[in-house]
Design a protein around this ligand. Structure first.
Ligand code: PNS
Length: 161
């Protein structure tokens, strides 16, 4: 059984993330989408909210489960018996950071392979931070996130009365 982890902050999950998750699910027997802490980021949504959103958006994928974890990604992967880490790679902006992370993870455990899936061109500009910024300014989120995620963002950024 080939098991892969799709790790990330998912704050919130975007259509770009969902495309990578779907493609990973078509390649591996089981994909565990895992919310981990990125020390470079201060999240907008709680872990519980992100778990709920990811579970809603992947409910139609029978070989995908959603979890959260603490500590090192490779340690979690080893604990759950995953042989692979799958990440999306957007042009230029992701390369240096993802390459560094991939190499550090390989140094920590070289039995776990990192696979990069090219982001589709229509999602190559898309990130959770752009989505949060747009939402905070009441911008349109159509085609960037599923409708349920848009609704939660609208609630987060609803003007206080
Ligand atoms: O969506 P992101 O923020 O790019 O995801 C990054 C994430 C959460 C996958 C990364 O920060 C991570 O792996 N965090 C767990 C701690 C870890 O294993 N770090 C790598 C070795 S220092």
């Amino acid at each position: 059984m080939k098991k892969a982890i799709c790790p990330g902050s998912f704050d919130p999950v975007t259509n770009g993330h969902l495309d990578i998750i779907r493609r990973a699910a078509a390649t591996f027997d089981h994909v565990i989408v895992t919310i981990l802490h990125n020390p470079r980021k201060a999240p907008l949504f709680t872990v519980e909210e992100r778990l709920e959103m990811l579970r809603e958006c992947t409910a139609d994928l029978p070989n995908v489960s959603v979890e959260s974890a603490q500590g090192l990604l490779v340690e979690y992967a080893r604990e759950v018996g995953a042989q692979a880490i799958v990440k999306g790679l957007r042009p230029i902006q992701d390369f240096e950071y993802e390459w560094q992370m991939g190499l550090v993870n390989m140094l920590l455990n070289d039995k776990i392979e990192t696979y990069f899936l090219m982001s589709r061109s229509e999602y190559s500009y898309l990130s959770s931070s752009i989505v949060r910024e747009l939402a905070s300014l009441q911008g349109k989120l159509e085609n960037l996130v599923p409708p349920g995620i848009e609704e939660r963002l609208r609630k987060k950024f609803a003007p206080k009365s």
